[in-house]
Design a protein. Sequence first.
Length: 198
Amino acid sequence: MKQFAPAAERNRDPILEVLRAVLPPRGLVLEIGCGTGQHAAHFAAALPQLDWQPTDRAPLVDSVAAWAAEAGAVNVRPALALDAAAAVWPVDAADAVYCANVIHISPWATAQGLFAGAARRLPPHAPIVLYGPFRFAGRFLADSNAAFDASLRARDASWGVRDLDDVKALAAEHGFAFDRLVERPANNHVVVFRRDAA
């Protein structure tokens, strides 16, 4: 059964604009936290030279497949169960990692596992692309992001909008260099890191 997330519909084109510039010309994109599958279908249809592997802790397999079928995206693989914080992932290698709206709605261990897992699977120079709200040097860009952070922490004290400096430091620990930060609507950003050649 196809499920719908309004935010995914709103942000898909601003994100796609960045993906066109940073993803490799071909290969496999591993999506962490695919949700309904709307992003997978939209991006895969727009970038047919790439294979798209959607994953989530509890993937909505039918929804992902339905969105892909509707978009005619034959390059979307069946969704797999993947917990980014786990040591074992069901995918051994990828050419890029994409992760939207995950690291703030999960414990910090998820972000740690995301970079650790990506480091074991991505080749040199490959990108890991994050999307969502961030703090900058401890500050929020908008009151709405501060309120969102408070609401997240009220639901689970281990959740919260992450500071970009902390994410950069974590990325560096796992051999990823900061590549770019792209502002997107509604006080969100796309952040791109690349696997060091070493």
